[in-house]
Design a protein around this ligand. Sequence first.
Ligand SMILES: [Zn+2]
Length: 485
Amino acid sequence: MKPLIVGSAWGFVFLVTLVVVRTLMHTPPAAIDAEPVDIMLDEAGLAQRLSQSIQFRTVSFQSLMHKDRTQFTGFIEWVHTNFSLVHESLEYRQLNDTMLYRWLGSDASLKPILVTGHYDVVPVIPGSESQWQQPPFSGAIVDGLIWGRGALDDKSGVLGILEAVTYLLEAGHQPIRTVYLSFGHDEEIGGPEGAAAVAAYLKDQGVQLAWSLDEGSFIFDGVIAGVDKLVAAINIAEKGSITLDVVATADGGHSSMPPKHSAVTDLARAITKLEENLVPGGLEGLSADMFDTISPHMPFIPKLLFANQWLFGGLINSQLSAAPSTNAMLRTTTAPTMLSGSVKTNVLPIEAVATVNFRIHPRDSMDSVEAHVTDLVASDSISVRRRGGNNASAVSDWRAPGFGIIAQSMREIHGDIPVAPGLMIAGSDSRHYGKVADNAYRFNPIRLTPELMTGFHGTNEHISIKDYAQGVRGYIQIIQNGSLN
Ligand SMILES: [Zn+2]
């Protein structure tokens, strides 16, 4: 054999060995010692109360005109009566229809924490009622499942927190660190009078939180391909949003004598250009941390890729970019949503408009996204107009003690499961709470499967009694550990 071929054969063997060794070394960190806890709960009672809470139609409609306020005040009264130990033991304040409790800790020098959820829900899509296996506001309990709007988003969060604090009060728990609880009434329309009012109130009182825990991600079961363990994903940031109008202008006229290019064809080219030139992204920062934590638990082949990003980085990026759910983790997304042109079939438009919604990754900003779009498409006949939006949240520290406390609490309930940082691609009340918290985490300690996901803002939202009870146990550990450390 010629020396060159021998050399490259040895090189290949070396490369394969290196790749395999790196894969074998890509293992989860040693099991973290977490004493499993055993918490006895009256699961039938838990289910009954969650069921009753779902029967309040606390619906946030896009227009406040449609709001049935009696459902909200009824729910508040119901909480005061059914969680009387919480209501009598903690300080209470109501900001509009949002409930705020303070459980005073013994050490005033420690920054408080906030545990929060929202009790408003989205409407049931008109006409979809018949597709529900149980009526959406029935709170029906059938074969171990609790049915209805809010079962996952987010009455199980609100009730779970109330049940947890009740349990801790009955057990004589005394917090060292002050704990705030808030239950928002308008999260589904952006939280302007709920979470925003609470954040303003806390700021006014000079309160800066060590951390806050709001709804967000879940304990994934079968959601991440190839990972057969439960994975707790705690979102440490949420994306922003900007909507831009791409506007093409032309002279107009009669459609019988069209010019070579019209506003519509110019616009079509511009939109195609946006689709072909996505806002740059990739596996770095928060997204890289997430996959670094989860990939040691993957099967051999994907693990091999993630263990050797120096070699397969390009392949990983293109694979992740191909699927909408993972693409959204890597970059600011581009979604043309609305189009308009001429008002009549035989009239050439003088203006054609495409509305494009971008969900902003924390690495980008409204300005940088607008600049990206303008650079790509702006010309004599095409301009870009901003409709409105908000930047992504700050990225919270997932190596800070608060994250560790939540992670530890999950291991005490579920054993040695991976706990990874994640990115919230929807919005939450934490956009307000984050302004008064050193770190804002977004996580429901509740198991979620792919089948359950369609319930969010969709049909057949439900939760099993077992999963809900485990969620309550999760909140008990989080609040107990968080208030002592
Ligand atoms: Zn929600």
